[in-house]
Design a protein around this ligand. Structure first.
Ligand code: HEC
Length: 152
């Protein structure tokens, strides 16, 4: 009977290669799903802003949008696994500073989450002026993070 000779180093190289490409594919997915999540967040925040500008805003719509914004604000840190930057091989605007300045990025996400929580609380009431002011504050926290961690 002939014995098959397995060269261990070749085998492990193949295993590593397979694992590596699975990792890269996973990271490409992480980028595209992150972008889809941000699109949803952007659309909800826009819907909220459009509504509060109306003379007689629909509070139900505002509350629904504020809930989406709030939920996203809590999930953002999970959308940025290490490896989901330019090295993932798909188009992304994320800057490497997300991972080189993790405390700063975590703070930017936290600031956004805190303001999004206030927005949701105000949306439960019916003071459109307070809501308008808070929506501006929230927009500033989006902008702060984009300035530091997203390409122009
Ligand atoms: C903690 C950081 C952070 C916060 C807060 C944040 N963003 Fe972003 N946003 C990013 C980064 C980084 C990207 C780039 C993602 C990529 O290209 O992979 C992005 C991308 C986007 C995109 C583009 C998605 C696409 O690819 O089409 C939109 C729209 C967006 N953000 C809207 C918002 C809005 C609206 C808010 C606030 C309500 C917000 N973001 C808050 C970091 C943040």
């Amino acid at each position: 009977m002939r014995r098959r000779v397995v060269i261990p180093s070749a085998l492990s190289a193949a295993v590593l290669l397979a694992a590596g490409s699975a990792f890269a594919a996973g990271m490409a997915d992480a980028v595209t799903s992150r972008q889809a999540q941000f699109k949803t967040l952007g659309a909800s925040f826009k819907a909220l802003n459009d509504e509060i500008r109306k003379g007689d805003p629909d509070m139900k719509k505002i509350r629904a949008s504020a809930a989406v914004v709030r939920k996203a604000s809590l999930e953002i840190p999970k959308w940025f696994p290490r490896g989901s930057g330019a090295e993932a091989g798909v188009k992304t605007k994320v800057l490497p500073s997300v991972w080189s300045d993790t405390p700063g990025f975590a703070q930017a996400a936290k600031d956004f989450a805190a303001e999004a929580a206030k927005l949701q609380t105000l949306a439960a009431g019916d003071d459109a002026d307070d809501l308008r002011a808070q929506a501006k504050t929230v927009a500033q926290t989006c902008g702060t993070c984009h300035t530091k961690y997203r390409e122009k």
